[in-house]
Design a protein around this ligand. Structure first.
Ligand SMILES: Nc1ncnc2c1ncn2[C@@H]1O[C@H](COP(=O)(O)OP(=O)(O)OP(=O)(O)O)[C@@H](O)[C@H]1O
Length: 236
C-alpha cells in the first residue's frame, strides 16, 4: 500500500474528567523524522501515547495502516514508544528477559527470540549485559535497554518521549548517534528546539491542539519566539 501514510490521525480527542487534553488533532505524515514541541502540559506525551494506541481516544489513529488502539498485535510491529522515564517501561529483573518480552508477545518461538536478543546486544556492543539486573543499570543504560527492546520488534515508527532528558553530554551524544543511524521513522517529543535539528517536519502543540505544523525552521523559530515572550513575563 504505497499510498498509505505512515501517520494518519484525524480529529483526535482525549479527555480526562471532562477536560480536553487533546482536542481535534489531525496529522497526516510520512516523513522519517518528525518533531513534536510544546510547553509543559500541552499534551505531547498524551499524543505520543495515542500514536501508540495506548489510550482510549476519539477520532482516528492509524500507523502504517494499522488501527493501533484496536489491533494491538499489529500495533507492536507498527509503532513503539520509548517512555520519558525508563522506570515506567522496564518490568523484568534481567536485561535478557526485558528484551525477550516483546518478541514473545509477537508470537516468536523461544530459540529465535534468544538469537535475536543476543544479536541486538552484540549490535550495541553490550554482549555482556544479558544477565545484568535491570535495576542496577544507570538511567542512560536503562534507556538503551528500552530502545533495544523496541528495535527488536522492528516497528515502522518509534515515538521518543523526551529521550535526552536527564542524560549527561556523552550519553546524549551516543544516543543521538544511535538515533541518527536508525532506518525506521522517528517521532521525537521535545521542548528543546536543538534536539530537532535536521528533522523533516515539526508539529507545535498548544493546549492539546496543533498550533503550527510544517518546516522545522519556520515552526521552531515561531515556537521559540513565543516561548521567550512568555518567559519574559510573569504570567507563564
Ligand atoms: N493521568 C492524568 N490525570 C490527570 N491529568 C492528566 C493525566 N495525564 C495527563 N494529564 C494532564 O494532561 C495535560 C497534558 O499532559 P502531557 O503529559 O501530555 O503534557 P506534556 O506536553 O507531555 O507535558 P511535559 O512537557 O510537562 O511532559 C496536562 O495538563 C496534564 O496535567
Amino acid at each position: 500500500m504505497p499510498d498509505t501514510p505512515l501517520i494518519d490521525i484525524a480529529d483526535l480527542g482525549y479527555r480526562i474528567d471532562g477536560r480536553a487534553i487533546l482536542d481535534g488533532v489531525s496529522l497526516t505524515a510520512s516523513e522519517r523524522r518528525i518533531g513534536i514541541v510544546g510547553r509543559n502540559g500541552s499534551g505531547k506525551s498524551t499524543l505520543g501515547r495515542a500514536i501508540c494506541g495506548l489510550i482510549p481516544v476519539t477520532g482516528r489513529v492509524r500507523i502504517a495502516g494499522i488501527d493501533v488502539a484496536r489491533d494491538r498485535r499489529g500495533a507492536l510491529g507498527a509503532v513503539g514508544l520509548l517512555f520519558q522515564n525508563p522506570e515506567h517501561q522496564i518490568i523484568f529483573p534481567t536485561v535478557a528477559e526485558e528484551l525477550d518480552f516483546g518478541l514473545g508477545q509477537m508470537g516468536w518461538p523461544k530459540p529465535d527470540r534468544a538469537r535475536a536478543v543476543a544479536d541486538m546486544l552484540a549490535r550495541f556492543g553490550r554482549d555482556d549485559w544479558a544477565d545484568r539486573a535491570t535495576q542496577d543499570l544507570s538511567h542512560g543504560q536503562k534507556q538503551l535497554v528500552c530502545l533495544m527492546a523496541i528495535l527488536l520488534m522492528a516497528p515502522r515508527l518509534i515515538v521518543l518521549d523526551e529521550p535526552f532528558a536527564g542524560l549527561d553530554i556523552p550519553t546524549a551524544m551516543q544516543l543521538s548517534r544511535v538515533l541518527d543511524r536508525l532506518d525506521c521513522a522517528l517521532v521525537q517529543i521535545s521542548h528543546a528546539p536543538a534536539d530537532l535539528r535536521g528533522y523533516d517536519r515539526v508539529v507545535w502543540l498548544e493546549r492539546g491542539r496543533v498550533a503550527e505544523d510544517g518546516a522545522p525552521d519556520r515552526v521552531l523559530a515561531a515556537y521559540e519566539t513565543r516561548m521567550r515572550a512568555l518567559g519574559a513575563g510573569d504570567a507563564a
